[in-house]
Design a protein around this ligand. Structure first.
Ligand code: NAD
Length: 355
């Protein structure tokens, strides 16, 4: 049995480490160049680990790629093979199948967020790195200092960082901004996070009347119009006061909520910075451009949902561990299996749905 790992355009992460490579216990092939970004040259006993892309596609029983393959590549996959990727089914405009391929496909972003699946949760691993990087990026872009500074030339006031959405990325952003000495405020529709926000030394911005849906498994749900109006007023006030806005708010399966309008940006202080980490699903800021940095009326706006990629070595290590934990569910005694009785496998199948 062979497992193959492919390179993905625009994604520098390597989904294998020397440790996971050995742990698979079967033949593993890497597309030539896949590990260049982490400076590793992998070996597995006497076996040649690197090969060309088309060989992996045509010969492996399990193929992993962080982005879905092109149609012509799909039809070249070995019959009965399994393709594991990220189909971003919960993102608007996600990749879909339009042909009947004789393979099975699984998407790692569909893994349920249960305790059992935590070791495979790539979304959380990446969100944590991204939250940290968002703050470092903002600190460098802001033409001000984060902490308070008392010097002979005068006292510099601390900057205020407003974090919108206090999930995995948001909480990491709060902790990082606090460590850098900024004043931090955070807002989330889930009131349950208030305590966590406060325990990190940030102020929780409260808006009364949020709908919490226990059935949504810890995720946010859409809110009433009245709540949205009150929320908008409160955010408007806090955005005007902030030097940095780190926006991480997402609703699974929907476009990201617009929390920062054009009008609010226009009222921000000159030199302020917005890091919109929800840009790939439409953005939390009305004027964000995905994958772009630009200045709008004196405010720097960065739209980037892949900030984890800046820490490519650590991002690769976490990804490789998550991928190993998931892929090992598909290997039993050195053979490729698909156990649809397993809840994690059953919830992450993309194709065929009838399995
Ligand atoms: P996410 O990336 O889907 O969303 C980020 C945050 O945005 C969430 O906290 C959400 O409540 C918030 N948000 C949505 N709409 C908003 C709005 N209009 N205004 C303000 N904030 C808004 O979420 P996530 O970080 O991936 O995780 C969400 C929850 O799931 C957290 O409670 C997290 O602890 C939990 N979780 C559990 C597990 C597990 O048990 N294995 C794994 C990961 C996450």
């Amino acid at each position: 049995m062979k497992i193959g790992f492919l390179k993905s355009d625009g994604d520098p992460r390597c989904p294998v480490t020397p440790k996971t490579l050995k742990k698979y216990g079967v033949s593993v092939l890497l597309e030539t160049g896949l590990s260049d970004t982490v400076g590793e040259n992998y070996t597995l006993g006497d076996e040649v680990v690197y090969t060309e892309r088309n060989e992996i596609i045509g010969d492996c029983d399990i193929i992993f790629s962080t982005t879905p393959l092109r149609g012509d590549e799909m039809s070249a996959i070995k019959q009965g093979a399994t393709l594991i990727s990220f189909y971003n089914e919960f993102r608007p405009g996600h990749a879909v199948y339009d042909e009947d391929f004789p393979i099975s496909a699984f998407s790692m972003d569909m893994i349920p967020r249960t305790t059992l699946a935590q070791a495979m949760d790539v979304l959380s691993s990446m969100a944590s790195l991204a939250g940290y990087n968002a703050v470092l990026l903002a600190a460098l872009r802001l033409p001000r200092y984060f902490p308070m500074m008392m010097t002979a030339a005068g006292t510099i006031k601390p900057s205020t960082v407003l974090v919108l959405g206090a999930g995995v990325a948001g909480l990491q952003a709060i902790a990082t901004a606090r460590r850098l000495g900024a004043r931090v405020e955070a807002f989330d529709v889930r009131k349950a996070v208030k305590e966590e926000v406060e325990s990190l030394g940030a102020k929780f911005v409260e808006v009364e009347g949020a709908v919490d849906d226990k059935a949504a498994g810890g995720y946010a749900v859409e809110q009433t119009e009245e709540y949205q109006r009150r929320q908008k007023e409160k955010i408007h006030e806090r955005v005007k006061n902030a030097d940095v806005v780190i926006a991480t708010a997402q609703i699974r399966g929907r476009k990201a909520p617009v929390l920062v309008t054009r009008e609010m940006v226009e009222e921000m202080k000159f030199g302020s910075v917005i890091i919109d980490m929800a840009s790939s699903t439409g953005g939390n800021c009305e004027v964000t451009r995905d994958k772009e940095t630009y200045i709008y009326k004196g405010v720097t706006i960065i739209g980037d949902s892949d900030l984890a990629f800046h820490s490519v070595i650590d991002a690769s290590e976490l990804l490789a561990n998550n991928v190993y934990n998931y892929l090992s569910l598909f290997i039993r005694n050195g053979k490729h299996v698909i156990d649809m009785e397993n809840e994690i496998i059953a919830s992450s199948i993309m194709y065929p749905k009838s399995k």
